[in-house]
Unconditional design. Structure first.
Length: 288
């Protein structure tokens, strides 16, 4: 190959290489779930770049991608309760960057938005809420502590970031405080059990009194009814009579017997075997 042909080949290669470099530096692709911030020679564009393909000025413009997806970060907060007990809270924070804050967040804050914005506000909110509650109340009112802390943290962060939720994973107390709370809870349970037993006994006693009053009133009503209607007793006797006429026999103590029972006794007596009589003794011989 002649020197002219080699030079032409090198020139074509250089043109292709420069074209590839220009094409790669003059285009960009924003990934799904991200928004791009355009910076041209140190100047930030006031509008963000949406996801997808785009063009830019080669070599002088850069595109920084910021995630707008929901993110989850773990954190730990050390607080003091109203009774000056140290409490350690392990938590997770769910947050995201809204589209409207992408450019401002890039311009005004450096580094991870959670570490620079979210974590300090959440910890501060937890400390404020814990300082108003005793250690026992913090353990019992876990959901209320979380709700109140979330409200305060959102107010502190403002519209720059969106805190979706705070998940309290664990509340750690000192061993002495745990034993004291456990002992108190056992005492409260025993007191509740004793109170329940007392209420049960009182209810049973009240029920017995009500039943006795009811029976007494029923007896009084029946007594008054019998006084006003003497024939009611005769009516009861007639209703319960089985058709057997009674007869009274006996001496001092009267014995109530029916005619059928009397006939049965007579029948048994007539069929009973006769009592054997003793033989007469022979006459003694006369003495001479």
């Amino acid at each position: 190959m002649s020197p002219q042909g080699i030079a032409k080949l090198i020139g074509v290669g250089l043109l292709i290489f420069c074209g590839v470099i220009m094409a790669s530096s003059g285009t960009f692709v924003v990934k799904p779930g991200y928004r791009g911030v355009e910076v041209t020679m140190g100047r930030v564009s006031p509008t963000y770049k949406p996801e997808g393909f785009g063009l830019r000025a080669p070599f002088i413009t850069t595109i920084t991608q910021i995630s707008i997806r929901q993110q989850t970060a773990e954190d730990k907060a050390e607080c003091y309760s109203a009774d000056l007990q140290q409490i350690t809270v392990d938590l997770k924070v769910l947050f995201r960057v809204p589209e409207s804050s992408v450019v401002k967040l890039f311009q005004e804050f450096y580094g991870d938005p959670f570490q620079s914005l979210v974590a300090p506000r959440v910890q501060e909110a937890l400390k404020e809420v814990a300082a108003l509650q005793s250690a026992e109340q913090i353990v019992k009112n876990r959901e209320a502590i979380k709700t109140r802390s979330l409200e305060i943290a959102r107010r502190k962060v403002g519209p720059l970031l969106v805190i979706e939720d705070i998940v309290i994973q664990n509340i750690a107390l000192t061993k002495e405080l745990e034993h004291a709370i456990e002992a108190k809870m056992v005492q409260e349970q025993e007191a509740s059990k004793s109170k329940y037993l007392q209420q049960r006994v009182q209810i049973e006693a009240d029920t017995a009194v009500i039943r006795a009053k009811g029976e007494a009133e029923s007896i009084m009503i029946r007594g008054d009814a019998l006084k006003q209607n003497p024939a009611f007793v005769d009516l009861q006797i007639v209703d319960k009579w089985d058709g057997i006429a009674p007869i009274v026999i006996g001496g001092g103590d009267k014995v109530m017997m029916s005619l059928q029972d009397l006939e049965r006794l007579k029948s048994q007596k007539s069929h009973a075997p006769a009592t054997p009589t003793q033989p007469e003794k022979p006459n003694a011989p006369a003495r001479r």
